[in-house]
Design a protein. Structure first.
Length: 195
């Protein structure tokens, strides 16, 4: 899901790239993660070195693009509603990864840790669903925002991985239908994600 965020930016910004799939996300080999010592994705090799992390990659893609769309980055979000929406989105993304990895590790769904993480994810999704309309209206004029891309990738990945049901979140579903019509979203549909 984090890699898809960067892939959407690359598509929106018309930046070509080579893509290496990590087939085993339980690997403990730093080399499997593009040299990221934190064993996380995505990483991007450049002539200056390796960049770690989704936001860094998206910024670098913007610098490399000849296009100059109006991009809204997290630091441009000024209202409490918008900064909280970005925080809930990124929190939910990280929480989903933890739930997936807990399941792979065989941690029981009725364990205290798993139960808290799941409740945390559901709470974030409920908040995002309740506030989605106001959040989208409050965003500055833009061609693309990091908040929208991360939110789209989160909700569609939850559905792809069947982590929690997303059907109850009507506003998030509506947003994903609209955003999902973008060519960049259609070109980057989930199909590589494995553990």
């Amino acid at each position: 899901m984090f890699t898809r965020v960067a892939r959407i930016y690359a598509a929106e910004l018309a930046v070509e790239y080579d893509f290496t799939i990590v087939r085993n996300l339980t690997s403990l080999e730093v080399s499997q993660y593009g040299g990221n010592p934190a064993l996380k994705l995505p990483s991007m090799e450049t002539e200056r070195g390796v960049l770690f992390g989704t936001l860094n990659l998206c910024r670098e893609l913007s610098r490399r693009s000849s296009l100059r769309p109006r991009l809204v980055w997290p630091e441009s979000l000024e209202t409490l509603l918008l900064v909280n929406a970005q925080e809930m989105t990124l929190h939910a993304m990280a929480t989903e990864v933890n739930l997936i990895m807990d399941k792979v590790a065989g941690i029981a769904e009725d364990s205290g840790h798993y139960a808290k993480m799941r409740k945390s994810l559901l709470g974030a999704l409920s908040w995002l669903d309740e506030n989605a309309g106001a959040v989208l209206r409050a965003l500055p004029e833009r061609d693309l925002s990091y908040l929208e891309v991360t939110l789209f990738c989160l909700v569609t990945h939850l559905e792809f991985r069947d982590v929690v049901p997303v059907a109850p979140y009507a506003e998030l579903q509506r947003f994903c239908r609209d955003f999902g019509a973008r060519p960049s979203a259609l070109q980057t549909a989930y199909r590589f994600d494995t553990v």
